[in-house]
Each structure stands twice: as C-alpha cells, then as structure tokens.
Design a protein around this ligand. Structure first.
Ligand code: ANZ
Length: 932
C-alpha cells in the first residue's frame, strides 16, 4: 500500500522545515564555533504575472543542491531569495485596469513564493527582500546618494567624497552657485540632456533594449528620439577597473568576453587637425583613431552631426544643408546610424583642415556614421584602410590613398589587414604595429597627438519617466519665478525613504514627462526656508538588483544597508547562478556600485561575485518532422484506420507507418513523440526505419504553446522529480530540450529508492524487513565508497547530471541485494538528500531518525575502497608464469605476496622448496625465486 507518493511527503517536510526554521542562517556572532561560510546566490526573479517558468527552478535547484551539500559539509550557508519587483508590466497593468502596481506586485510575489516553496528549496525565508518595500528602497536611495556624493579621482583611480574634490580658485571666487556647478560636473551622478526613445503611442520613454528596429517592443509602435533632461551615472570612470578586475574572477571565458566586449577598450591616439581659412585662431579638430599609422591616407575628415565646432566652421553656402542634415540625424538612434544603416549619408561643411602628415588640405564633412558619444566625435577618414570610409569616399567621390601594401591576390576595397606601409614617407616598409609606434612617437614629438585609450562603454542613463520605480532622493530649489534655480539639494539620510505618492491615475501625460508630475502635493517640499520641487524621475529597474545580495546579509538593519562585520564575514558571494541574459548589464551595474561602495569604505571586497555560472536555457519539447525534402511527387501518404502510412518511392524504397498524426499529403507531421523515433549517429529516424526526421526544439513561449508549468509537474510527479529531472537533463550550462518522459524516468528512480527502504506490503510506512544490520559485502562496500567519491567530486565540479547517474547505478546495485545493509541505505539517503530532499527526509525517518538530516555529516569515502575493487596479478616461479591471483586493487606488497602463497597451484609448486627471494611489484607481478 505505501507506494512512493510525493504529494503526501513533500508538504509534510516543507512545513517541518518552516516550523523548525531548519534553514535559518545564523549571523556570524551567533555561531558557537567557527564555521567556514558559503554564500550561494540565485539571481532573484522579477515576479511576473505568468508565474514561475521551468527555467527558474533549473538554477534554483542547482544552488539548492550545493547549499544542502555544503551544510552537510559543515559550512555556514547563506542561501536567500527575494523579488526584483519594480518594473513596467505592473505599471502598464495599472494603466489598463486602475489596479495599483503595488497590489499586482504583491499578488505576483505571493504566487512566486508559493511556487518556489513548493519545490522545497532551502532558502532562509527570514531574509527575503523585496525591492519595492520602502524598508529596502530606503537603502537603494541611500546608496544613490553615496554615488551622488562621490567623484572619481583619476590619479588615485578611485571614487572619493565630493567634499574632497579640489575646487579651482577662480571658481571659488565666483561663489556658491559656481562651486555647486563645478561639483555637479564631477559627481558620479550627473544631469545631462540626452536623447531618449519616446513612444507617443505608449506615452512613455523606453529603454534602448525595449526598442527594436525603431519600434516599441510592446505593440510595435514607432519610437522617436527626443532630447530630455536625464540623470546619468558615470560608470565610464570605472571602465578600466571593471575590465582589469575581470582577471580576478572565476567566471567562464565566454562571460568575461561579453563583459570585455561591452566595455570595449580601444587603444589609439588623439590627433589634432587645424581648420584652414579661419585666420590665426583657426580651431583645431581632435580625432580619435586606432590607426595612427594610416595618417598619410587621411583624405578627408568627418564630424558627428552634433559636433560643437560645426557652427564655427561651416561655410555660409553649406549652412542650410548642414542644418537639415543635423535635424534628420537627431531622430535616429546610434544603432540606426551605424549597424542598421543601409547606405552612408553625409554633407560637406565647406571647410577644410590640414592633414598634419601630408600638409595637404582635406575637406571636412559631417555624417551620421560618426557618433558624438564616442571618442572625440570626429574622425580622420582613411578610405584605403577602413571599409566605412571607403564606402563613403566612393559615394561622394573623395580621394583614396592606400597606406598599406595589399597582397597580390587582393581584390577587395579597403584593406584592413597587416602589411608593409606605403605612400607614408618615414613609415614606408614598416608593418602596422611598428608603424603605429613610430607615428605615435612622431606625433608626440611634434605635439600634435597623444596616446589615448577609449572605451565603448557609455555612461548609464539612470532616469525613467515612470511611476513604479524608486523615487530619486533629490530636491530642486525653486527661484523667485517658481522655476528650478539650478541648485540641487540631496535629501539627508534621515529623510529617507522617499516613498511614492498615492495616485489613482497612472496614465502618461502624452508628453515625455514623468507621471509623478501629477502628484502636486507630493512634489513640493519646504526646507530651510526654501521651496523645493522633488525630482520627478524614478530609477531604472536595475537599481534594486545592483545591491540586493548585500541586503540579504543583514536584511532588517535599519541603521545601515549592511552591518560592516557581517559584510566582512559573508562577502564575497561564493557562487552566483543565473541566466545568461544578465551576463552584461546587470553584472556591470552591480559591479560598478560595488566598487563605489568599496572605494567609499563601506565594503571589504572590490568585487561582489567571485564565481558565476550561467545556467543553460530549457527549450520546449523536441518536435519531430519528416525531412521536408522527402516530400516529392513520389511520396504518397495513405490513411487507413487512423494509421498513417508514408510511402516513399526511391532506391531504398520502403513502407513506413506513423501512428496517428493527423496529416495530409504534403504536410509535415510534427507531433511524433520521442518514443516513435530513434537516434542514430546524431540523427533522428522514424523508429525501425530509414526515414530521417528533423528533431527540433524551440524556445518556450506562450505563442508556441510549449510552455511547461512547474506546478503541473509537481502535481503529477512531485517536486523531487522535477528537481532531479532538471539536473539530469544535461550539464547545467548547456541548452537543453524539455522532455516529460524524462521526468517519468527520474520518478521511477525515486520510487526504486523508496522501495529499497520502505516495506510496501505493510499498511503503514515502515522499514522494509530486508534492511538488516549485516555488514555490506565487499562489492557493495566498494560500490558505496566509489559512489560517495563520484557524487562528492561531481558536486564540487557542479556536474549534477553525472552524480545522479552514479546514484541510479548505486540504487540498481542495492536493489539486487537480498539483504540490504542499513549502513548502505543510510549512505544512499544522505547522498540523495541534496537532490531529492523531501524523499530523503522521509526515508531518513523510516530508517529510525527523529530529526532532519539537513545537518548530518556528508558521507566520507575511503580512497582505497574507491578504486576498482579487484585485479588479477600474474604469479611467476623463477620467471615462469605459474598462476594468477585476484587481489583488491591497491593492495600492498604484503597482501599480494600472501595471496600468491595462498593460491592452491603455487602452494603445490612451492611445497618443500626454499624461497630465496620474493619479488613483488604491487599491481603488476609476483615472482618467487627458488632453488631447485
Ligand atoms: C582612422 C582609421 C583608419 C580608423 C583605419 C580605423 C581604421 P574602435 O575604437 O575600435 O571602435 N571612430 C573614432 N571615433 C568614432 C566615432 N565617434 N564614430 C564613429 N567612428 C569613430 O575604432 C575606432 C575607429 O573608429 C577610429 O580609428 C576611427 O576610425 C573610428 F584604417 O581612424 B579610425
């Protein structure tokens, strides 16, 4: 009767853990004895209305297995969970239905929490955080102020308090406002007029990643670029450190590469070009180039349409054309101007500059493929060596001079590879690297150029014109006219948090202005005899996730965002697991904040996440299609009694039957199930035939209808099976297709473990009479030690799938035993515990224990017993092979010799003989030298 029935076991243990606070993590000062710490972190989810997806439990199960394993190994484990709960969907829903975003968010959190708890993860729920909770975002605002009050000292290469910023005397002389402005220009948080993506149809400003090909991701509405007052964070100041410190991290090469590419370090030079025909005070245009060696081939210059010098250098005849072009460019995003642009466009300014190497006049153009936000916003164009410049030169008939010798077989246009310099005077003959160095030295000597490192990384556009986000803790002082007078007053820490005003109307105003502007009472503040207006922007969703890992360390502290002693104990995060979609921005932003807090003395580590793993994506179930090419006119599809036969006439003509896919001739069936197929040499075939199939699985999505809901799996098979299956699918980091049959497979394995220990013939759950106190036999002993070693090594290496295989093998072995040694059963249960904790707890109880196994010691293995159990060794007498003996692998000389002496044949041959010498090479051979 008591078959394995997870629905009765799992809720029982979940409430046991909750009631006993089994996974409450003690603070370091509560520990009675010193313990090594292990901080294991999941990327916390955005609690969407759709509920948990099977992709979530993948990473959560991996970390949970390790958290449980580490506890059993004596670590003090910090394993928390929380909610990244600000965000656009709740606000859009509020606009549509009038439901307050807080309500929607809380409802979604409740669902997520229930779902996550139903999977039996060993989180310390007492440390749960919610980014929308004022007790939490009070500290997000506090950290914001810390960044606001920090400037970056290039010399010291670190952030320092704004009060320590040296203010030049002439500014001090100009008074309060000038000093304030000077400081504002140097803060890590600053204001600027930045172009934003404004979507009139949605009535909101969108983040770059919410705009696809010039249209809003939601609804596909046109998006225009508008300049708007924006808050920025000076992440670029930290570009060098964000790049260099990647070296110290235990992250995958691919992940580090993504970060490196995003930061995009470029080594090159800044070179000055003098503009002609402007008399003595002719302005200089500075360009950034990574190829100073090509200077002799710079036949024209291009400025970004926004370049500030344009108004000075453009000739009257060209002014109109330049203005029109500037306006057109202002509507385009950087992406549209560069990667998406089909052709290059530009306008001549009428002005010329001098190429400092050739002393020749070259025309100055503007073109939108040059971006104002990179380098100096101006380039020297070298069409011979740069493809973009070539295309432009060809279109506008500008001269092209090659400065690198092309190979004889080169037929292309711009030549971007290495080769000897030509047409370049003192550089001729030198290859690119040497030519660069020589040109740099020449430029420096003539004082027309300097070495320069640039980064692709842009400052972080930090403000959003939305309701459901953290308000900025800043006030704008109002002048007599009721308008901001330019003085900004940060709030004092004791005035935090600034909470959101209660509103009923979340509708956008139709203008790119923040909805908080409608909260008239909330936005005006009286302070020190002045009237202020609150900053109306809110923070982007990234803000809350920039530091949540620190709050878990000390979640209820209302004096500080984290207590320094606790921070020193827990940081850095030992393992961080999450999706690759956060491989760039979230990690860069969090590392940036962390470094600032470190510089300001609030943290003890300069990097937050020591080791990081990206779990692979889980795709929908495999679908199988008959290879479409096989549908020729010779293919006929016959229908008979619900069976479909596909008949193919070709050289290997055959007759195939497919079970009931409702297809018609010419259509491609895709609902073959996996058991109707077989895989040979990496290809899928219709089972038992030569008919090739295309096996494919797609991303899970609502529209494809292939989304798997974890709740359904838990209901049908239990949480332990879901956990085990997600780990058994393949390596954690691989992309894997879902397969419900696989869940059945692991369910059968767990049922077998159950039957090993539980007496199924009894009415109640009790120990099977086959479990005895007998000592395990030699083979079982070795199997156990080998499995302990395998599972331990695999857990350390995060190879969950292979450790599960080892447990399956062990259970098969144990199932074959008539009498099952209790010690073997205990070991199996302890090894299983991190993977299938509910079942393990239940079996542990059946084995006679009265409390949780969560802190039981992890089984140890004896290395001697882990090697393959026995081996044969040849036994010689006077060099002649006489017999073979079987000994345990790794046996000592003594044991080998004794085994040989005990061998019947050897005993016979040695009878009455004197052994002069016994040569024993353990594991290889035994040779007795005797006198005849
Ligand atoms: C002359 C040259 C010759 C260049 C050549 C390249 C190849 P990275 O840093 O690797 O992306 N550039 C500089 N500033 C720019 C801007 N604001 N907008 C668009 N392009 C810009 O590449 C830097 C190179 O991109 C610079 O080197 C410059 O073109 C261009 F054979 O200068 B080069």
């Amino acid at each position: 009767m008591p078959a394995y029935y997870p629905a009765s076991i799992e809720p029982k243990w979940q409430s046991y853990w909750e009631q006993h606070a089994t996974f409450r993590t003690p603070d370091p000062d509560e520990l009675k004895q010193a313990k090594p710490k292990y901080f294991i972190l999941d990327m916390f989810p955005y609690p969407s209305g759709a509920g948990l997806h099977v992709g979530h439990p993948e990473g959560y199960t991996a970390t949970d297995i390790l958290a449980r394993y580490k506890r059993m190994r004596g670590f003090n484990v910090l394993h928390p969970m929380g909610w990244d709960a600000f965000g656009l969907p709740a606000e859009q829903y509020a606009i549509e239905t009038g439901t307050h975003p807080r309500e929607t968010t809380q409802k979604n959190i409740t669902t997520f929490r229930r779902q996550i708890k139903s999977l039996g993860f060993s989180y310390d729920w007492g440390r749960e955080v919610d980014t929308t909770d004022p007790h939490y975002f009070k500290w997000t605002q506090w950290i914001f102020l810390t960044l606001y009050n920090t400037w970056f000292d290039d010399q010291a290469n670190k952030g320092r308090p704004i009060e320590e910023l040296p203010v030049p005397d002439d500014i001090v002389k100009q008074g309060e406002k000038a000093i304030a402005r000077f400081r504002d220009q140097h803060r890590l948080v600053y204001e600027t007029n930045a172009p934003v993506n404004w979507c009139p149809a949605l009535g909101t400003v969108l983040a770059n990643e919410e705009v696809i090909d010039g249209k809003s991701e939601r609804g596909g509405h046109p998006v225009v670029r508008l300049p708007l007052r924006q808050w920025m964070m000076r992440i670029t100041a930290y570009a060098g450190r964000l790049l260099d410190d990647l070296e110290t991290l235990d992250w995958s090469h691919a992940l580090k590469e993504m970060q490196r590419n995003w930061i995009g370090r470029s080594e090159g030079a800044e070179i000055d070009f003098a503009v002609t025909a402007h008399g003595k005070d002719s302005p200089k245009i500075q360009v950034f180039t990574t190829r100073p060696d090509t200077l002799f081939g710079a036949t024209y210059m291009v400025l970004a349409p926004e370049h500030p010098l344009l108004s000075r250098i453009t000739t009257p005849e060209q002014t109109e054309a330049v203005k029109t072009y500037q306006q057109q460019a202002s509507f385009k995003s950087d992406l549209e101007r560069t990667e998406l642009a089909k052709t290059k466009t530009g306008v001549f300014t009428g002005a010329y500059a001098i190429n400092p190497a050739t002393n020749k006049q070259i025309p100055i153009w503007i073109a939108d493929y040059v971006l104002s936000s990179y380098g100096t916003g101006a380039i020297m164009a070298v069409p011979g060596q740069d493809e973009r410049d070539w295309e432009f030169a060809e279109k506008y008939q500008l001269p092209i001079i090659r400065t690198v010798q092309t190979p004889a077989d080169f037929t292309g246009k711009a030549f971007t590879e290495d080769g000897p310099a030509i047409n370049s005077d003192f550089l001729n003959g030198l290859h690119v690297t040497d030519a660069k160095q020589k040109m740099l030295a020449w430029l420096e000597e003539k004082q027309i150029g300097t070495r320069r490192i640039n980064y692709k990384l842009r400052d972080w556009l930090f403000s959003r014109q939305r309701y459901w986000g953290e308000p900025f803790p800043l006030l704008h002082r109002l002048g007599a006219d009721g308008e901001p007078d330019g003085i900004i007053e940060p709030l004092n820490p004791e005035d935090l948090p600034v909470t959101l005003p209660e509103m009923t109307d979340y509708k956008p105003s139709g203008k790119p202005e923040p909805p908080l502007g409608k909260a008239t009472e909330w936005l005006t503040v009286q302070k020190n005899g002045h009237t202020y207006r609150r900053e109306l922007n809110t923070m982007p969703q990234w803000a809350g996730s920039c530091w949540y890992y620190l709050r878990y360390i000390d979640p209820r502290n209302d004096k500080a965002f984290v207590d320094p002693a606790k921070e020193r104990y827990w940081m850095p995060v030992d393992l961080y697991v999450g999706g690759a979609e956060h491989a760039v921005l979230h990690l860069l932003y969090a590392r940036f904040w962390h470094k600032v807090l470190f510089d300001r003395g609030y943290l003890s580590t300069s990097e937050p996440f020591q080791k990081l793993i990206n779990q692979g994506m889980i795709l929908g179930e495999m679908e199988f299609h008959i290879t479409p090419e096989l549908y020729t006119e010779n293919t006929t599809v016959l229908e008979a009694k619900n069976l479909l036969a596909v008949h193919i006439k070709n050289d290997e003509e055959d007759f195939y039957v497919i079970k009931n896919p409702p297809i018609s001739a010419g259509s491609v069936p895709s609902n073959l199930s996996e058991d109707q197929t077989e895989k040979r040499k990496g290809m899928f075939f219709l089972k038992g035939t030569q008919l090739p199939l295309l096996g494919r699985s797609e991303k899970m999505s609502k529209s494809r209808g292939n989304v798997i809901n974890p709740d359904d799996i838990v209901k049908a098979y239990g949480a332990d099976s879901l956990r085990l299956y997600e780990m058994f699918m393949g390596p954690l980091e691989a992309t894997k297709p879902w397969n419900t049959q696989g869940v059945e497979g692991v369910f059968r394995f767990l049922s077998r473990c159950w039957r090993l220990i539980v007496d199924e013939s009894s009415e109640q759950v009790c120990l099977s009479p086959t479990v005895t106190d007998d000592a395990p036999d030699e083979e079982t002993l070795r199997k156990l030690h080998q499995t302990i070693k395998k599972v331990t090594d695999d857990l350390e290496g995060m190879r969950f799938n292979t450790s599960i295989s080892a447990l399956m093998e062990l259970s098969n072995h144990l199932a074959r035993l008539e009498k099952k040694p209790r010690w073997a059963m205990k070991t199996l249960v302890l090894l299983l515990a991190p993977f299938a904790p509910h079942l393990a707890e239940e079996l542990w109880q059946v084995l006679g224990h009265s409390s949780t196994l969560a802190y039981e010691a992890w089984p140890a293995f004896d290395p001697v017993l882990t090697v393959s159990s026995v081996m044969e060794i040849p036994v010689q007498i006077n060099g002649k092979l006489r017999s073979k003996v079987t000994v345990p692998t790794g046996s000592t000389e003594e044991i080998c010799k004794q085994a040989a002496l005990d061998d019947d044949r050897i005993k016979e041959l040695l009878a009455g003989k004197i052994i002069k010498k016994a040569i024993v090479v353990p594991g290889k051979l035994i040779n007795f030298v005797i006198s005849n």
